[in-house]
Ligand binder design. Structure first.
Ligand SMILES: NC(=O)c1ccc[n+]([C@@H]2O[C@H](COP(=O)([O-])OP(=O)(O)OC[C@H]3O[C@@H](n4cnc5c(N)ncnc54)[C@H](O)[C@@H]3O)[C@@H](O)[C@H]2O)c1
Length: 251
C-alpha cells in the first residue's frame, strides 16, 4: 500500500538534486507533488513527466523562495489545484564560498534570503492551510554545517541553516497542538550538483572518513524525509535527523 495516497506535497527546489529525489519518492508513495523551481523549467517539467509516469499528479510551479510574493503564489496555486497541502519540504538552498572578509553584503543577504527567509516564507504561507486541515508535515533540509559549523564553506551558510534549525524547533513547539509536525534532515556528502566542486581526491578521502564508506545519494535523504512525513512519525517533532553515513554522530 502506498503511504501517502491522497496527500499533496510541495518540495521547493525540486527540479534537480536532493529535492528531485524527495519529490520522486513522495510521488512513488502516492502523493500529488508540486515541483517548485526558480530557473530550470526544462528540468522541472521532466520531473513532472517522470512523476506522472508513476501514476501520481504533479505540477511545476516557478517561484524564487526568497521572494515572499512568489511563495504566496506557490502555495495558492497548490491549494487551488489540489484543494489541500499536507506536506511541505523546504529543500531549496544555496552554498556560498569564501572567507568572512570575502563575503559581501549581497552574498550574505542572498544566502539568508534563500536558506532562511525562503523556509520562513514557505512555512508562513503553508501553516494557515495546515491549521485549517489540522494536519501537516513540514521537513526542512538542513545541513551538517548547522550542527558543527562550516569547514570549507562560507561561515554564513551554516549560520543560515542554524537559524533554520531554531525555526524548526520553534514551529514544532507552536504547531504541535494543531496536528502539524516540523522536523529537519541534516545531510552531508550527498552527490548532487552542490558538491560538483569536490574533486575525485576529496571524494575518495571523504569516503574513507564516512563509516559506511560511501557518499550519499538524493534517495538516502528522501527515505528519511518520507519517514518524517508518514503517519508512523506522528510522535516525532522538532528533531534534526542526520543523514551522513555516520560521519557526524551527535546526541
Ligand atoms: N548535497 C549535499 O551534500 C548537502 C549537504 C548538506 C545540506 N544540503 C542541502 O540540501 C538542499 C538541497 O541541496 P542539493 O545538494 O540538492 O543542491 P543543488 O544545488 O543540487 O540543488 C539546490 C536546489 O535548490 C534550488 N534553488 C536554489 N535557489 C532557489 C530559490 N531561490 N528558489 C527556489 N529554488 C531554489 C535549485 O534550483 C536546486 O533545485 C539544500 O538546502 C542544501 O543546503 C545538501
Amino acid at each position: 500500500m502506498q503511504r501517502l495516497s491522497g496527500k499533496t506535497a510541495i518540495v521547493t527546489g525540486s527540479s534537480y538534486g536532493i529535492g528531485r529525489g524527495v519529490a520522486m519518492l513522495l510521488a512513488e508513495e502516492g502523493a500529488n507533488v508540486v515541483v517548485n523551481y526558480s530557473k530550470s523549467e526544462e528540468r522541472a517539467q521532466s520531473a513532472v513527466s517522470e512523476i506522472k509516469e508513476q501514476g501520481s499528479e504533479a505540477l511545476a510551479v516557478k517561484a524564487d523562495v526568497s521572494q515572499s510574493d512568489e511563495v504566496r503564489k506557490l502555495i495558492n496555486v497548490c491549494v487551488e489545484r489540489f484543494g489541500r497541502l499536507d506536506i511541505l519540504v523546504n529543500n531549496a538552498g544555496i552554498l556560498p564560498f569564501g572567507s568572512i572578509e570575502e563575503i559581501t553584503d549581497e552574498i550574505l543577504d542572498r544566502v539568508f534570503r534563500v536558506n532562511f527567509y525562503g523556509t520562513f516564507y514557505c512555512c508562513r504561507e503553508a501553516v494557515p492551510v495546515m491549521k485549517k486541515q489540522r494536519y501537516g508535515k513540514i521537513v526542512n533540509i538542513s545541513s551538517i554545517a548547522a550542527k558543527r559549523g562550516d569547514n570549507t564553506t562560507a561561515a554564513c551558510y551554516g549560520s543560515s541553516k542554524g537559524a533554520q534549525s531554531v525555526l524548526t524547533k520553534s514551529l514544532a513547539r507552536q504547531l504541535g497542538p494543531f496536528g502539524i509536525n516540523v522536523n529537519a534532515v541534516a545531510p552531508h556528502a550527498i552527490i548532487t550538483p552542490m558538491i560538483d566542486y569536490w574533486d575525485q581526491k576529496k571524494r575518495d578521502e571523504m569516503k574513507e572518513r564516512i563509516p559506511v564508506r560511501r557518499l550519499g545519494t538524493p534517495r538516502d535523504v528522501a527515505v528519511a524525509v518520507l519517514f518524517l512525513v508518514s503517519d508512523e512519525a506522528d510522535f516525532i517533532t522538532g528533531q534534526i535527523i542526520n543523514v551522513n553515513g555516520g560521519y557526524l554522530m551527535d546526541s
